[in-house]
Design a protein around this ligand. Structure first.
Ligand SMILES: CC(C)(COP(=O)(O)OP(=O)(O)OC[C@H]1O[C@@H](n2cnc3c(N)ncnc32)[C@H](O)[C@@H]1OP(=O)(O)O)[C@@H](O)C(=O)NCCC(=O)NCCS
Length: 180
């Protein structure tokens, strides 16, 4: 398991899937704000790649996020779009509603940076998020990500086009345990 100061990132267990499906995927607004694919229902116990980890997929790694103290499931985190030629990848995360706003998200980003830069040897990590997602922007910036641009009207979200912010972090800029 990968560990931060508050969270652990471990493999997706079978028991995690119905919880994450109910609390994250089945919240249509949250899903639509967090994913670039249109929401659609998932049949219970299906092996849909949105909630079940595929260990053979070289381009993404899905983790379950747990509390270090006690092991409570907090949410999910993904390193996706892994490009081993350009040595880059994207970061995505979603926490259960009861786990938000407690500093876990900032720690998850830190652990994903460790995984991307140290374990995978990547050179660049990237995050795209809606420009009004203050918590995600702060969690990224606390870990040293810088805003590289605004993708105007790039996301179709529940009936309107919204701007996304593109944030990037290079390995040489990354400071372990960074806080800003
Ligand atoms: C985005 C998300 C991962 C952030 O994780 P989190 O644990 O809630 O965030 P943290 O508690 O680490 O807080 C990070 C910063 O955001 C601020 N923050 C937290 N919730 C906030 C909110 N609702 N509005 C404004 N700021 C907020 C915190 O105060 C903190 O800033 P500070 O340290 O300068 O005070 C989490 O809220 C979440 O899962 N949201 C729903 C899914 C989502 O939006 N995923 C990202 C898709 S790109």
């Amino acid at each position: 398991m990968l560990t931060g100061s508050k969270v652990g990132l471990r493999a997706r267990h079978e028991d995690d899937t119905p919880i994450l499906q109910a609390e994250l995927h089945d919240d249509v607004v949250n899903y639509s704000r967090s994913d670039d694919q249109p929401w659609r229902p998932i049949t219970p116990k299906s092996k849909d790649a949105q909630v079940v980890a595929d260990d053979k997929d070289d381009r993404q790694v899905r983790f379950s996020v747990v509390e270090l103290d006690g092991g409570t499931l907090l949410g999910g985190a993904t390193l996706w779009g892994i490009d081993n030629h350009n040595r880059s990848a994207h970061i995505g995360l979603g926490l259960r509603p009861s786990s938000r706003g407690k500093g876990y998200g900032t720690d998850v980003v830190a652990v994903l940076c460790h995984y991307g830069f140290v374990v995978r040897g990547l050179q660049r990590l990237q995050i795209e998020t809606l420009s009004d997602n203050a918590a995600m922007l702060r969690a990224a910036e606390h870990n040293g990500f810088v805003r590289e641009g605004v993708l105007r009207s790039s996301a179709w979200v529940m009936g309107e086009f919204l701007d996304e912010v593109l944030l990037g972090l290079l390995v040489q800029e990354w400071k372990r345990d960074s806080e800003s």
